[in-house]
Design a protein around this ligand. Sequence first.
Ligand code: ADP
Ligand code: TZD
Ligand code: MG
Length: 581
Amino acid sequence: MTALAKIVHTTPEIEAEPELTDGFHLVIDALKLNGIETIYGVPGIPITDLGRMAQAEGMRVISFRHEQHAGNAAAIAGFLTQKPGICLTVSAPGFLNGLTALANATTNCFPMILISGSSEREIVDLQQGDYEEMDQLSIAKPLCKAAFRVLHAADIGIGVARAIRAACSGRPGGVYLDLPAKLFAQVIDAEAGQKSLVKVIDPAPAQHPAPEAIARALEVLKSAKRPLIVLGKGAAYAQADEAIRSLVETSGIPYVPMSMAKGLLPDTHPLSAGAARSTALKDSDVVLLVGARLNWLLSHGKGKSWGEPGSTKFIQIDIEPREMDSNVEIVAPVVGDIASCVQALLDGMGQGWQQPPSDWIETLKTKREANIAKMAPKLMSNASPMTFHAALGALRTIVKERPDAILVNEGANTLDLARGIIDMYQPRKRLDVGTWGIMGIGMGFAVAAAVETGKPVLCVEGDSAFGFSGMEVETICRYGLPVCIVVFNNNGIYRGTDTDPTGRDPATTVFVPDSRYDRMMEAFGGVGYHVTTPDELTRAVNEAMNAGRPALVNAVIDPAAGSESGNIGSLNPQSGIKKKK
Ligand code: ADP
Ligand code: TZD
Ligand code: MG
């Protein structure tokens, strides 16, 4: 009993029981106080009642079939809204299932909080075999940005506040919050409980760049003959859309969007060098990175994709100071939040800014037009079974006509080709496998995209990729979400044509041929379509998206059309042993 409650009980003239609260309610109140309205999770001991009570208190609680997908939903909710997405799981196995998503969120700089119930500390620490026993805090620590445990109900407010601030401030990331079973039932005085809650003020404070850093960056940019801007998903996350558009248009510098930055400016923008990416990277002399890391996705800023060593100077805008020089020298580091940094650059450009030399712009334009023209006939093929290009050509038109729809995309060929072929027109409309190239984000991302934005969602999924989260079609049907899934069914991973050399088993990369994924959707009351031509695909997707109801289109793709590992086959290690001829 708290001190206050004791006094109340022993004072004879006050008859009424003191108003009490408990751990369950304090967690809910703390989240709500901080504007968090949705929880993604899977129920079970000890958090079943937490989900129920949160729902009763007006929160949206979206129950999944597997925690990884709930975690992915929370992560992408964080990316879309700048508020940490919440994933709620049970102890040990549920926690571990959610951990992949937490690690992936951290890797991608998405703010999320994994809240897991845990077993009794006394038993866990003596390893005495509690129900779902695991030292979850220790296991989470190396896989996330921060990890906290709350032992007393009176600390829930602070615990939630710390988790929110850790997830959102600086470089965003995943946070683990460990809530032992005993905590939920702890009772404290309601007024003291309310007072213990913390509303996080300014969870992601602006971080203004130093004026010297801006001056240095502008000097380097001015000296460029062939400048390029690379926009990354940090730029999409920052929601500084107008400032970024002004930066490109005022500077006149062509830009290349990384995958999830597509649509920050429409891919059809005259300064987009997306369709001339290779030339743009290789021939540029100064590159301004905006919320994009020089990791494998940009060939670490060196090697064959880039010009001669030392010929490209990098300016980098990032909120994380240690990102600078992580792969190559950054001649002008600009540390701060993207909105402030981009605005400072714009202010510094002022009236007298010189547009880049026109021959550079012309070179990229010519290359872009040539690449687009080369691609065009492939997108029109009417062959059946469909090629990836033909099916994506159909979807490209659909996205053009529905620019506010959110595109979720995973797979190998299905991913790499869709990224190149489907133009995006608005910010934060393309959600995909991100920094890790992880399979399994599909349905989790789709659910959260629909729940958080209310917009229609189109998922373009390799048949393997879809399988990682396919059971969540039930979740999509249960909540009646406007999600249309197109499964690019080429009978396998990369291709459906491999065989086991011994003839015993199916090859490691193939699935049951001619599977009917559309029937999975029908099993739960959604609409299934089976299509074999681009025209049928167009009709099915348009019908599904007009209806705004769950649908799955099984799109038959030529099993021989794909290439090993899509665009990144070169990353496959090759055996050093030469086969005898
Ligand atoms: P991409 O995969 O699109 O190239 P990355 O995930 O590699 O993008 O890079 C995103 C970068 O953006 C990270 O280094 C992260 O620190 C940075 N970032 C995220 N949000 C902000 C922000 N608001 N301001 C500045 N940098 C940010
Ligand atoms: N497991 C996880 C979690 N992530 C991964 N990226 C992989 C395995 C390996 N992998 C890829 O990188 S792509 C892919 C796997 C299994 C599936 C490719 O097959 P698909 O696409 O059917 O989704 P295509 O269109 O047939 O190429
Ligand atoms: Mg496939």
